[in-house]
Structure formats: C-alpha cells, structure tokens
Design a protein. Structure first.
Lengths: 341, 351
C-alpha cells in the first residue's frame, strides 16, 4: 500500500514537466494565431538550439550545487571570436568554427579553477567571468558586429550544415546528439556519478577519496564547452553577433534546467528534464509571440514560470524528505525492505 | 499547489481571451527596430493612423533595444507563421533575416522596408522602402555646422600645431542608418573642411583616414554597446578631447548619452563648462527638443517618423492589393531654437 503511494508520487513528479509542455502547446494552439503549424514547430525548434546547448552544460554545474552565470556572455564571446577569426584574421570558416567551442571551454576551465582551487563561491566566480567574457568580446572584435555567412553567399555551407539543409531544420540533429552525449555522460560515466556525489555532499565525496577539485574543473569546462557550441548555433540561427551582448541569455538556460526539475541545491536532476524545460522555454517564447504579446511580456511571464518552477522544486524536496522519513521508519520495522528497493 | 495551478490557469485564460479579441480582415505585420525612443513611438502612431485609414488589422513589434537581433528575428518568424498579407520591416541586421526574406519571396508575401529599411536584401524580396536618405541627413548636419559663424571662425583659425576637432558620436556600427549618417557627416565635413586646411579623420577603423599636418580633425567615437551607460562613457571620452569645437550625435540614443554626460545638457549652456561647444543632434525626443530650445544644441536633424510609419503601412497595403509601389524618400530637415515652432518644422517634431 505504502509502496504504491510512493510510486504514484514519483510518477506525478516525473510527469509534471512534460505535462506542462503539452498543456502549453495545446493552449497556444487554441489561442495563438496559426500556432499549430509546421512552420511554428520549426521556429520553436530553432529557438531551442542555443538555449539547449547552454542548458545541457549548466545542468552538470547545477547538479554539483553550483551555478554558471557566465554562459550567456561566454556563448556570445565564443561566437564573436569565431567571427573575428573568420572575417578579420582571414581564417577559413571551418577553422574559425573550431575556435568557438575552444573559447567556451577556456572560460569554463577558468570558472572551474576559480571555484575548485581558489574556493570562490560559484555565483561570484562566474559573475566575474561573465563580465570578462562580455568585455573581451568587445575588445577582440573592436566593437564591430560580426556576421556569419548567409544562405546564398560564399561559405553558405555553414547554414546548410548547422541551420537548415534545404527545408530541414538540421540543427535539431545536433541538439539531439548533444542531448544524448550529455545524457550518457551524466548517467553512465564516472564523471556523472561524481557530479551527483559532489552535489549531494562535497565533503563526504572528498573524504571517500574522490578528487573533487579535478572533477569540478571538468564539470565547469564541460559547461563552457557546451556554451561554446551554443555560440555556433546562435550564429547559425541569428547570423549577426553583437559585441557586449549575451547578458541574460544564461537565465533562459538556467530557467529551463530548473523547470526540468534539477534542484538548485544540487545532488539531483535529469538531462531529460532539462530537454523538456528547454522546450517549455522555447514554446513559451514562440507561443506568446503568436498571441501578439511582445518580448517584454515574454520576459515578464517567464519570470513567473521560473518562480513557479522553484516553488515546485521546494515542494518536491519537502515531499521527498517526508518519503525518506517514512522509508526510514519502515526500514526499522522491516529491515529487508531496503534490499528490495 | 491546487491554488497555484488554478491561478496560473486563470491568468492563462485571460491572456487567451485578450489575444482572441481581434477582428478578421487584412492582416499586416510591422516589425520595427524598437519602441524605446519617442522616434519609434511616432513611427508607431503613423502606422496606426494608416492602418485605421485603410481598415487593416496591424500588429506592431519593436524589440526592447537595437541590440536585440535575436528577438527581432524570432518576432519576424512568429509573424510569418501568421501568414500576413504584407510585412513592413526595419531590419536590425539584414544578414540575420536572409532566410526569412527568402521565404517571403517563396510565399509571395510582399515586404516593405521602412526607416533604415532592409539593405542588401535578396532580389525581389523588398517591394519598396519608405526611409530617410541617411547619408544626406548626416551631411545636412555638417553643412549647417559650416554655415555657423563661430564654427567657421574656429576652423579658419585652426593650424596644424593647434588643430580643431569635430566629434561624431555614434552607437555601434551595426545599423545601416547610423553608419549612413556617420559616413554622410564625415564625408561632408571632409569636403567642406578641405577649403580651410588639411582634414584628418580619426577614431573608428571604418572611417579613419589619417592625414599629416591636419588643422581639422574629424574624430569618430563609437560606443561599446547601445547601452546608455556605454554611450555616456563615449560622450565623456569625446568631451575630454583637446581642441574640440563641435559634436554631431547621430541618433537619439547618442544625444541622450551626451546629455547625460553634460548634466542633462546644462553644461552646454552659454558660459558653462562646454558653453562654446557646438552640438548637433538627430531626431526629436522631448529632452533633445528641450536642449535645442534652450540653445544648448545649435540644432538637430529631424526625420519625419510619422510619415515613415504611415507610408510603410500604406505601401504594405498597396503591395498586398497588388498595386505597383516605389521607394519614397521621407526627407530630413535642420531645426533650431529659431525655426522649431514654424509650420512645416513643428509638425515634424513629434514627441
């Protein structure tokens, strides 16, 4: 009987985010103008690319109990560095594109070093790199907006490889690919296990022999790397990258992660949840526009969604604590139960 | 929990009803570059007037700032999903909307450019453009500077040892309109200045053309971003330049930046710290008009934002009806404390 109740609780929690996504979609399909169309579907997908990449990366960081506020400006900065290499230094485009994730990764390593070795609070450390990346992007580009090749120009392969192959939204393939890689790392590798371990209890993890410094640096560099890749897809979808921008984009990604059920206190979270959270953010953006509500309304409403998601997170934590207490008392009564679970 | 859900649901239903309460009929989307300045508010009222005159349903979008290219692209995509009869577009960056413009061609949606328009758009996408010729408008400011006695005297007295500096304050060289005005001003200043001595252009790479032994230096200052704080910083940098005699601000954003750097313009008053500085602005927001009226600014260039908005929707309507449409130059005028109440100027200075 009690097992049943526990099972139901577990399922409702898991289904909440996907259910919200479906309800949101149906709502906009009913009330938005021409929302229910393949064209809009594609728009949602395409606005999810860069948020998705950032969100997958920052999921690792949030599970360790940290935060990375720098991903928004790091994404733009990486994108700008690639653009500068291509248009100002005359590099071939493919080589310049390699530089984009590398730049992101360098910022990630810096974040990891600041947090793990210098023991800065992640909030402060990444706030610092956020500004560094923002300033650096203006410096290296000499405040000139960078433009990536468009469809029909020289190097148009950039668009057909990363954005649309004919009419097919090819970026989605990379998004899914990145998702599967992130899913694998988080659930099937040592890195994934240590990510959870560090987030649940850093001290316990360290005392049990985990080199937490090393793994934290790796987690932050992965986050930076993903932010770098986000830069490629930002450029693929939006073409023009302006120096000194990117501020605030990290919040779209972090909101997606939180909505997806990853706890801000660390130690728990799923990549599937993040993927759904990202699509909730993208659907919200596109859907509100289809109802004729402008971007400031989108920002306004997104704020409420984030607050709602965190409240939900709190409620969930309380519920699981209650369940834990119950389980403990059940274990006392019937010692074999733990093995069964 | 239940309460939270029901409140959310209620909110959502109210929003839905708001969105549903729109009439059928021809639907025209207007995607502008912003709503933040009064200039854009006036464009919007022009659009609304035309929409009312022609009986079309019009949706007006403006991104929160002129750096928000991604938001504008997303708004454009969202509007295209609504299958409008025609689109009026002031692109923040043409490159970013290439794919969408191509789709407009494929779907035969007529696109009308307005304000800065959609330069370098694919062939056949833009049916017509309603805009100010920005190079001429920027050049107009330079011409007016050289007509002023104080300015001409300063330029005449300048030597290679004691050069005078003419400043140009612009925001990031992204938008074609700001770039056009800057180029127009710089070219005109070089052309007119050459009659007085050697002219050197310094500052941003795009315009720099250094010359040896110059007695007149045109200095182009580009702010790091379009944020007010950065524009103000650039204005301060320019104000600290030795030999500065004049500044041209190429849009309302930079005008506001300069005003912020000079204690809301009071330091530009006669006898104040920058009392001798000749300042020319662009556009006609309330603070800027105030600066002109008080004589803090020598004058400003005004476009005709109302007309830009009105003509954009009118052209969009005509294009949707299958009529032939052609580009319209909406014009620019120089206004000063003396003429700003004259008929013909006053009605260009919308708040």
């Amino acid at each position: 009987m009690e097992q049943n109740a526990k099972g139901r609780l577990f399922n409702t929690q898991k289904l909440l985010a996907p259910a919200a996504l479906v309800i949101l979609y149906i709502f906009f399909a009913l009330f938005g103008k021409n929302f229910f169309s393949t064209y809009t579907g594609k728009t949602i997908l395409e606005s999810a690319y860069f948020i998705g990449f950032m969100a997958f990366g920052v999921t690792f960081v949030i599970i360790t109990g940290g935060i990375d506020l720098s991903i928004g400006t790091v994404m733009m900065c990486s994108s700008l560095v690639g653009g500068v290499a291509f248009s100002m230094w005359g590099w071939p485009l493919w080589l310049a594109l390699f530089l984009v994730p590398i730049t992101g990764c360098v910022f990630g390593i810096a974040n990891g070093f600041l947090v793990a070795k210098l023991k800065l609070p992640p909030f402060i450390a990444t706030l610092g790199t956020m500004l560094v990346a923002q300033g650096f992007s203006s410096i290296i580009s000499r405040v000139q907006t960078q433009r990536y090749p468009t469809i029909g120009s020289a190097n148009a392969w950039f668009k057909s490889v990363f954005y649309r192959a004919g009419n097919f939204p090819i970026g989605a393939v990379y998004l899914i690919g990145a998702f599967l890689i992130a899913l694998f790392i988080l659930n099937k590798t040592r890195l994934g296990r240590y990510t959870f371990a560090v987030g649940s209890n850093l001290e316990a993890a360290r005392l049990s022999g985990v080199r937490t410094d090393k793994w934290l640096i790796i987690v932050y560099s992965i986050c930076g790397l993903f932010a770098g890749f986000a830069g490629i897809f930002y450029a693929a979808v939006y073409t023009t990258v302006i120096p000194g921008t990117g501020n605030g984009q990290e919040l779209n990604a972090i909101a997606g992660v939180v909505i997806g059920g990853t706890s801000m206190t660390g130690g728990s979270g799923t990549m599937v949840g993040t993927l759904i959270g990202v699509f909730i953010m993208a659907t919200l953006k596109t859907g509100l526009a289809s109802m004729g509500l402008q971007s400031h309304w989108q920002t306004f409403i997104t704020g409420f969604v984030v607050i709602g998601a965190v409240l939900l997170d709190n409620a969930r934590n309380k519920a699981s604590e209650k369940a834990k207490v119950k389980r403990v008392s059940a274990v006392k009564g019937a010692p074999k139960l733990e093995n069964q679970a | 929990m239940k309460k939270f859900l029901s409140i959310t649901l209620a909110l959502v239903i109210v929003l839905g009803c708001v969105a549903m309460a729109t009439a059928d009929g021809m639907y025209i989307s207007v995607i502008s570059k912003g709503e933040q300045h009064q200039f854009w508010q006036t464009v919007r009222s022009g659009c609304e007037a035309a929409a009312a005159d022609y009986g079309v349903e019009m949706y007006y979008y403006g991104p929160p700032s002129e750096s928000d290219i991604a938001l504008q692209v997303e708004a454009l995509k969202a509007e295209m999903a609504k299958e409008p009869a025609a689109l009026a577009l002031a692109a923040l960056s043409t490159d970013s909307v290439m794919t969408e413009l191509q789709e407009c061609i494929d779907k035969s949606i007529p696109v009308i450019g307005f304000d800065s328009g959609v330069p370098n758009a694919p062939e056949g996408a833009i049916y017509a453009t309603a805009s100010t010729n920005n190079q001429n408008a920027g050049g107009l400011a330079a011409e007016e500077f050289f007509k002023m006695d104080d300015f001409a005297a300063a330029v005449t007295a300048a030597t290679a040892e004691n050069p005078v500096v003419i400043g140009v304050l612009s925001q990031d060289a992204t938008s074609e309109s700001v770039t056009g005005r800057t180029t127009g001003f710089v070219n005109k200043a070089v052309e007119l200045g050459s009659a007085y001595g050697v002219v050197s252009v310094e500052g941003h790479d795009l315009w720099a053309a250094p010359a040896e032994g110059a007695s007149i230096i045109v200095k182009v200052e580009i702010s790091a971003t379009t944020n007010q704080t950065d524009v103000t910083n650039s204005a301060n940098a320019l104000l600290n330049t030795d030999g500065l005699i004049a500044i041209f601000c190429s849009n309302e954003g930079t005008v506001n930046g300069l005003l912020a750097a000079t204690a809301d313009g009071t330091e530009l008053a006669d006898g104040a710290r920058f009392g001798d500085l000749i300042v020319g602005g662009f556009d006609a927001g309330a603070t800027q008009k105030n600066a002109v009226r008080n004589g803090w600014f020598a004058g400003s260039v005004t476009q005709d934002p109302y007309n830009i908005g009105y003509l954009a929707v009118e052209l969009a309507y005509k294009a949707a009806m299958g009529e032939e449409v052609a580009d319209v130059d909406t014009g620019a005028k120089w206004y000063t404390a003396e003429n700003m109440d004259d008929e013909g100027i006053a009605n260009l200075l919308y708040d």
